[in-house]
Design a protein around this ligand. Structure first.
Ligand SMILES: Nc1ncnc2c1ncn2[C@@H]1O[C@H](COP(=O)(O)OP(=O)(O)O)[C@@H](O)[C@H]1O
Ligand SMILES: [Mg+2]
Length: 254
């Protein structure tokens, strides 16, 4: 299964949700790969810790090979590293992603990620793609490469309105490039059950018929610690309420 976590807005929890759900999948024995397409590399740092500072081949280096002719094509697996967590591998981000963006776009490399990830389907049960906060070449590549899409939502009214243009973008990719792409659902993140406004905002989404997933993810200071220590919640504190919500959400997915 290939999944993309997508929202043009930054700070809604894309990297957090990608990394934590992938860590749970791996913890439950699924051979899992995270692909980090955001030049900011938050998932890469979260999953690798200080090792993220050392240069290593990743998504950018893989895509760069598609721009060059070579007699012996390198294997996609050459651009994947192990993380400290069993069953969890990473095709990491690097600043080279920024540098390559224009070139990849102008040379129509939009299907290269899909081709590579389809091929890797034999090695991995689950592939999770983290995307930058933009609808750019990398996000489109990811939406083309994926079978399903999760959309993190931060309960903000402004974000609610942005959801429609976001869903339109997904529909456009579906009809132009990827008929099989489905929207698996909206992941409500940093939900405050006692505040009136977020409840109303989420209820409006449900009333409008949008696929809002359960459970909603709480906001917790533990998440900051989890990022700082580069330990996904399932490894940092498996009994924590937020970890349990992540596990339940993971298990609700197909
Ligand atoms: N459920 C949560 N509880 C507390 N903090 C969270 C939660 N989800 C995300 N965050 C924090 O919000 C910030 C943005 O999250 P991130 O996953 O990097 O968003 P994005 O990838 O969409 O930009 C990070 O500092 C992260 O630690
Ligand atoms: Mg991110």
């Amino acid at each position: 299964m290939r999944r993309v976590v997508f929202n043009q807005k930054g700070g809604v929890g894309k990297s957090t949700i990608t990394s934590n759900l992938a860590a749970i999948a791996a913890f439950q024995g699924q051979r899992t790969l995270v692909v980090d397409l955001d030049p900011q590399g938050n998932s890469t740092r979260y999953l690798l810790g200080e090792a993220a500072d050392e240069p290593q081949p990743g998504a950018a280096e893989f895509l760069e090979t598609t721009l060059k002719f070579s007699v012996r094509a390198p294997k996609t697996s050459d651009f994947i590293v192990a993380t400290p967590w069993e069953n969890l591998h990473l095709m990491g981000s690097s600043p080279l992603l920024d540098e390559l963006h224009g070139k990849l776009e102008s040379r129509y490399k939009i299907y290269k990620l899909r081709d590579a990830l389809v091929e890797l389907g034999e090695d991995y049960d689950q592939i999770w793609i983290d995307t930058p906060p933009a609808l750019n070449f990398y996000t489109r590549s990811a939406l083309i490469a994926a079978e399903t899409c999760l959309i993190p939502f931060d309960c903000d009214d402004f974000s609610r309105r942005a959801l429609y243009s976001l869903l339109e973008s997904v529909t456009e990719i579906q009809s132009d490039h990827n008929k099989g792409l489905t929207v698996e659902g909206i992941v409500v993140n940093q939900f405050q059950p006692r505040a009136v406004l977020p409840q109303r905002t989420v209820q409006e989404l449900i009333d409008e018929g949008l696929p809002v997933l359960q459970p909603y993810l709480s906001s917790s200071v533990k998440m900051k610690e989890s990022h700082e220590l580069s330990r996904p919640m399932i490894h940092l504190d498996p009994r924590h309420k937020l970890t349990q919500q992540f596990v339940e959400l993971y298990e609700s997915l197909a």
